[in-house]
Design a protein around this ligand. Structure first.
Ligand code: ATP
Length: 249
């Protein structure tokens, strides 16, 4: 049986060097099951290196990352990854794109069909299930990617600046949809962004990173009630606190 108190992710003394370049410098933190954690840090501080260490693309120079108390093993544990570039497959329809991760995981066809239907419905794409990516708008493409990630019911969802290129209105809408999916599914999410307002809008906790060699400058709890209002005095106060911590300029 799973220990409910055990953190979902345990990062212990994670250090990563490329040759002589020290990028991640002895980083330790936990992510709780079902938490939405935002990480903000300056350009080039090693956010992608951190995610690549989580997904085992890079071996840490020192330290370790545990998922559910075990060293990450992608054969047994699933990590979904959403980044800025739309990673839809142009030769597959919307429903095939959403089902792709389930196929890879070997989910039986009937169960996969039910999950695809459910997640298409949640993101409002049921009507477009037979469309191909080049027939969709930017927001619809992003919804396909989100539906595909959540449908696999991952142990952990990593998001790397997914809305960095989108216009602001669309970003707000997609952020709200993301929060409602997260609340509905209880998925553990690590969300990386340069955007302080986005981090305060989304995160239950915000890790602020330093410049390279990167360590954690501060972890800030964010218990602002949802839905959050970016113009409310409490929101602005917290956003200013995070901004003050980040003297990148
Ligand atoms: N495979 C690699 N080999 C050598 N150096 C690398 C490698 N990957 C990353 N680096 C270096 O590590 C540092 C951190 O890069 P990384 O891409 O992780 O930063 P980032 O915080 O994600 O950047 P950005 O904010 O631009 O997305 C950079 O100085 C980069 O040049």
């Amino acid at each position: 049986m799973q220990d409910n108190k055990m953190p979902k992710v345990q990062v212990r003394h994670l250090t990563k060097k490329f040759g002589d370049l020290l990028v991640l410098n002895d980083i330790s933190f936990d992510v709780h099951a079902g938490e939405f954690l935002c990480i903000v840090g300056p350009t080039g501080c090693g956010k992608t290196t951190f995610l690549n260490s989580l997904t085992k693309l890079y071996e840490p120079t020192a330290g370790e990352i545990l998922l559910d108390g075990q060293p990450v093993d992608l054969k047994k544990q699933s990590i979904a990854y959403i980044f800025q570039e739309y990673s839809t497959m142009p030769w597959l329809t919307v429903e095939e794109n959403v089902g792709f991760g389930l196929d890879i995981k070997g989910v039986p066809k009937e169960k996969a069909r039910v999950l695809v239907d459910e997640y298409l419905e949640i993101v409002g794409l049921t009507k477009y299930r037979k469309y191909y990516p080049d027939q969709l708008s930017a927001s619809m493409l992003q919804r396909v990617v989100i539906a595909r990630a959540f449908a696999t019911q991952p142990d952990l969802l990593l998001m790397d600046e997914p809305y960095g290129q989108l216009d602001i209105q669309l970003r707000y809408r997609l952020e709200d949809e993301l929060i409602s999916l997260w609340q509905r599914t209880g998925t553990t999410v690590i969300f990386i962004t340069h955007n302080i307002e986005e981090a305060v809008y989304l995160g239950e906790r915000i890790l602020v990173l330093t410049n390279k060699p990167t360590s954690i400058k501060q972890a800030i709890d964010n218990s602002l009630p949802r839905p959050r209002n970016i113009a409310s005095p409490d929101f602005v106060k917290l956003r200013n606190e995070v901004t003050d911590l980040i003297k990148w300029w």
